[in-house]
Design a protein. Sequence first.
Length: 337
Amino acid sequence: MESQQTNPIRSEIDLDSNGKHTGYLRLPHSVHRSAYGWIPIPIASIRNGDGPVVLIMAGNHGDEYEGQILVSQLIREVDASMVRGQLILLPMANFPAAEAGLRTSPLDGGNLNRTFPGDPAGTPTELIADYIEHSLLARAQYLIDLHSGGSSLTYHGANMLAIEPRDADEAVQLRALLAAFGLPKAFLHPANPVHAATAARRQGAISILTELGGGGTVQPQLLREARQGLLHLLGFIGLLHGPLLPDSAPGSTRFMRVSGSRHYVYAYDRGLYEPLIELGEQVSAGQPAARIHFPETPLREPVTLHFASAGEVVCKRVPALVQRGDCLLHLAEPVDQ
């Protein structure tokens, strides 16, 4: 019988050892410059006895910087004496993408958050996805995946996302975790099998994802809110103790839902996009959302796009140059209590 393929990624640190350990996941990568080389994916483990295991990762998309800063801060500031359980920390999960400041890997075009469960015999991005799901998430009870809008989108403030709960008990647990994180808005969305959140669910872990601003920038207020919320959540689940633990979450959370295509506005023409609304606005179905202009054909009238649904504008595109298929805006609506 043929044996199952083994992922070639190897960790320099022992994830079973107590204490604070930093190093790299070595992803073998043979190229002209380096025949026996490897890609260095930074990793840290902070472990102290029994307790919850939490994987916190950033750089899932390489042009999203807030999470990379937050995870790096945690690696520097958290000592094993503050922990009961284990923190596993990946500041640059898709390292080739993060090193290049790109959403996707320059090596294979891979979008890590569209690649799970990965492939242990695949491309570099597929190898990373397989290792995260089957070697890291298999250990964990929680995944915190820190995202932002990246270079093409910006979100309204600091937000959280989670998969729609499967039953009433999971709904109670999820709401408590999101409230403990305490960012202003929490969006519930359907499971997508290629996302890290669904990989966590497959491995028996519960996942919270953030969307922290974006536009290729880092906003100090959002960093402060996310840091406070993240530390408070780690205390809430019993993992973090000591001087870093804040007294409270950043604030109260509004629970919202993103419901498929009716909550999105897409370009159908190549041109220059002009948003007709601001982030945070409440809009109605049929309301003008954006115009696409065609300066290379000055007499051509712009195309006006309209919202298909009512809701709150939570995200919009940053670059004005667009082509057919680009997401321009998306909405969310309150979850019925």
